[in-house]
Design a protein around this ligand. Structure first.
Ligand code: EPZ
Length: 419
């Protein structure tokens, strides 16, 4: 089992380039199944989740040709409608393949998706199933597998009772090939959704309203080849900005889209983090004293749940008390127990709220990464802490942060990967 060994307490400096957005790429890849023409994708992050998604494409009969900056996908010989449990269980986002399979082959069979442990038990997929049924699919459950079938998907009107990012993306992309008009209401507003709609529209899809609560899709018979450049990963950019503030380092984050980070930058202005913003870069200046500030995670454009754990680490170094209110997931604050073991002063009020009192010195510790975002937060804590921190189960970190050891080493971080 490989692990990270981190020696904390070192000032960092320099530049770090942001990679393509994991949560954009994990939808573009399944969306490639909607067309039987070649789809080329660039700025694709080299991370475990993407490898898993491309393995699923190949398992379904698609061809994948990797190149230096991404890949070309060709699903003209799509010949399987069943998601392999081994592959699906490694990737929560495997559910994104179900809609395109239903639209292309009229059938889809899959196990309950695996992936992160942060959602309530097995992450619910009721919105996906209801949406597919609204489009005319028959849904049955047998021996732990969901079976969906539909002669021809029909346009429908569907209201999301819970705002869901992947739910919105799944029904939006599936409706592209349904007959007639689909109106999706109470949709998520994440930038990755608008990017997906823009890409599909270049292939002949007819999607309007992405990025607003109501998305209208007029179905078409087929869509053509595509050529996508994945948008920068706003969560990576935000994570590195928090890392700079937490280690009181001057770091420039390049190849990013600051416009997607308004909620974080608004909080930075309140807590005393100095920064400069360019068209595709963000420069964090050396912060001396940080003030505590409470946050409440919220769907975009609110404070992203994926930045909650790095921000919680930052608050251990801020002057005063802050409440971290995680509204989206009910297990995403469990990692604070690990921070407490490092010396943080954190009180858990309930599964959705902790109070952080700072600043407190952190000391190195032996840790296990529970999920992707908590994992990178352990790295940030290790970089702040005095002494050595060891993090295992780093597959969880490799899932979402490409070449993270090399990139942090370039900033001067003392971090090594030990197989
Ligand atoms: C996406 O997950 C992201 N993943 C998550 O990032 C991100 O944290 C989340 O959106 C919120 O921003 C990808 O895009 C691959 P949701 P998603 O459906 O779509 C409930 C990361 O670290 N819900 O918006 O799965 C659900 O339980 C990951 O990169 C239902 O009730 O999240 C949650 O409480 C983690 N029924 C709420 O909706 C459903 O059918 C929001 O979840 C689906 C979801």
């Amino acid at each position: 089992m490989s692990k990270f060994i981190i020696e904390g307490g070192h000032k960092l400096s320099g530049e770090i380039a942001v990679k393509g957005a994991k949560n954009a790429a994990l939808k573009i890849i399944p969306a490639a199944l909607l067309s039987n023409q070649p789809i080329s994708i660039s700025n694709l992050p080299k991370i475990e989740d993407i490898d898993r998604a491309l393995e699923i494409v190949q398992d379904l009969g698609g061809q994948v040709e990797l190149n230096a900056d991404g890949c070309v996908i060709n699903t003209s010989h799509l010949n399987r409608h069943e998601l392999s449990p081994t592959l699906a269980n490694k990737l929560r986002a495997s559910i994104m393949f179900v809609g395109p399979l239903l639209a292309r082959l009229g059938e889809a069979k899959f196990p309950h998706p695996g992936g992160c442990v942060i959602g309530a038990g097995k992450r619910p997929i009721d919105l996906f199933l209801e949406g597919f049924e609204a489009m005319g699919a028959k849904v049955s459950v047998r021996h732990g597998f969901y079976h969906l079938s539909a002669k021809r998907l029909q346009g429908c009107e569907y209201f999301f009772t819970t705002v869901s990012v992947t739910g919105t993306e799944s029904l939006m992309m599936t409706a592209v090939l349904a007959a007639g008009r689909t109106v999706l209401k109470n949709c998520a507003l994440e930038p990755e959704i608008s990017a997906l709609a823009d890409y599909l529209n270049t292939q002949g899809a007819r999607i309007s309203g992405a990025g607003t609560p109501t998305i209208i899709i007029d179905g078409v018979e087929s869509i053509s080849a595509g050529n996508f450049k994945i948008i920068p990963d706003r969560i990576e950019a935000g994570t590195f900005a928090i890392l700079a503030a937490a280690t009181k380092s001057a770091i420039t984050i390049t190849h990013c889209q600051p416009a997607h980070l308004e909620s974080l930058l608004a909080v930075f202005a309140k807590i005393g983090v100095k920064f400069e913003v360019g068209p595709d870069w963000l420069k964090i200046l050396k912060a001396d004293e940080l003030k505590a500030y409470s946050i409440k995670t919220h769907e975009y454009p609110g404070f992203p749940t994926d930045l909650q754990s790095p921000y919680t680490v930052l608050m251990t170094q801020a002057e005063g008390a802050s409440i971290i209110h995680e509204t989206i997931y009910d297990r995403r604050l469990l990692f604070t127990d690990l921070l407490a073991q490092m010396g943080a002063n954190i009180i858990m009020c309930d599964p959705h709220r902790v109070v952080v009192n700072g600043p407190t010195p952190l000391s190195g510790h032996k840790l296990t990464s529970p999920d992707l975002r908590a994992g990178i937060s352990m790295v940030i804590a290790g970089l702040i802490a005095q002494g050595t921190t060891e993090i295992d189960n780093i597959y969880q970190i490799d899932r979402g942060y490409a070449d993270i050891v090399q990139r942090l080493q370039q900033l001067g971080a003392k971090i090594e990967r030990h197989e």
